[in-house]
Design a protein around this ligand. Sequence first.
Ligand code: R5P
Length: 288
Amino acid sequence: LKIFSGNANPDLARKICEHLSINLGNAYVGRFPDGEIDLKVNEDVRGADVFLVQPTCAPVNESLTELLIFIDCLKRASAARITAVLPYYGYARKDRKDEGRVPITAKLVANLITTAGADRVLTLDLHAAQIQGFFDIPVDHLLAFPVMMKYFEQLKTEDLVVVTPDVGGIKLARNYSKGLGVKMAIVDKRRVGPEETEVGFIIGEVANKNVIMIDDLIATGGSIAQAAYVLKEKGAREIYVGATHPVFCGSAIEKLSAAPIKEIVITDSIPLSEKARATGDKFKVLSI
Ligand code: R5P
């Protein structure tokens, strides 16, 4: 078994290797002067069972291209089996044509990974579980749930409620409300622009409750921040957030820092930006 990493999340790849007590595979992933990816695997992989850790996180196009070129390289070097380890699967949010003349990037990326030569995909908290079906190769869809639950169990109080900031997240939040044995509430979010959301109404009781808001990812921070303000208005007490993937783009850190949220619990599926690190202890990173 061999593990390699591109430049997307080498810290996570190192942690996986430490956990398994093996060395990280030796490869060079650099750039040619014109920006093209220059890649060389510096050890024999013939017949090996290779895991390539490369979430397609920001810079997303660079990460994706590195992933594809790395898989091609491993295939041509006669690895016996190549598993693309994508703790974060980028381009997942376009998983259907919700209007005319738009692409389905989640499917396109699945095609690219398969065509490059991956035999198997290992991923975590896909934006939509049905993306598994976009692949004709096996997909192991892991959940951050056990890691998150361990942490949230310590916060469990009688007056706790799990909230989904979006009707699309009901299934995910329901797992947590069941796991913690507490009730659930739903925020009716409407997207009015790429960075702006509006909250219509809240279904469920949040007044005088401590809240754990669960989402699969935080991108611009708009959904979570907006929901936190509305929950406070409705009388919520402490607000915690659990989100697997800290995409954190645009002014997410500023928005989240200003919002009435006690703690934002995320995972290391994506490396935490310097800016987020600098904000002190508002962000709690759990290792997957
Ligand atoms: C929505 O479908 C997702 O689960 C997230 O709530 C959303 O993508 C987060 O986006 P943002 O942080 O930009 O509001």
